[in-house]
Design a protein around this ligand. Structure first.
Ligand code: DQA
Length: 144
């Protein structure tokens, strides 16, 4: 199975940004953690990060015919982007939404997730582990 992991704005600043919320580990550590786990489970992953909404839409579109599933943390675009929602709906691949923090127990504006409307599962508030649970979930789905 081939999974595209897509991360949105400011996630490249992990380890620097709001450490009390997002933790001390940096983006390179997140990528390593996902890659190691995927390799252990025989899954191929490609990890992408962008601070631009259009680049994220392009990355989702590029999944068509090239990947079996998507894991996406759209970061702040979660709460604003209908373009990302539409792109996920357009490619219609199994998609899992991940958030490092517990978005449902933060500011009210973080409670709305447009991207989540096109996702079949969500893991939030589990830190890096959320991405690993997303891989487990997609493996389980593929086996069904
Ligand atoms: C985030 C939560 C979003 O609300 C926030 O804008 C982010 C990161 C998370 O992983 O917890 O940038 O998606």
């Amino acid at each position: 199975m081939k999974i595209k992991v897509i991360n949105g704005p400011n996630l490249n600043l992990l380890g620097i940004r709001e450490i009390a919320i997002y933790g001390k580990q940096n983006y390179a550590a997140l990528k390593q953690c996902i890659s190691d786990y995927a390799q252990m489970h025989g899954v191929e992953v490609e990890i992408f990060q962008s601070n631009s909404e259009g680049a994220i839409v392009d990355a989702i579109q590029d999944c068509l015919g090239n990947f079996d599933a998507i894991i996406i943390n759209p970061a702040s675009y979660t709460h604003t982007s209908i373009a990302i929602l539409d792109a996920l709906k357009a490619v219609a691949l199994p998609a899992v939404e991940v958030h490092l923090s517990d978005v449902d127990n933060r500011e009210d504006f973080r409670k709305i997730s447009y991207a989540g409307m096109a996702c079949c599962q969500r893991f939030a508030g589990m830190g890096f582990d959320g991405y690993l649970r997303a891989i487990d979930f997609l493996i389980g789905q593929a086996a069904r």
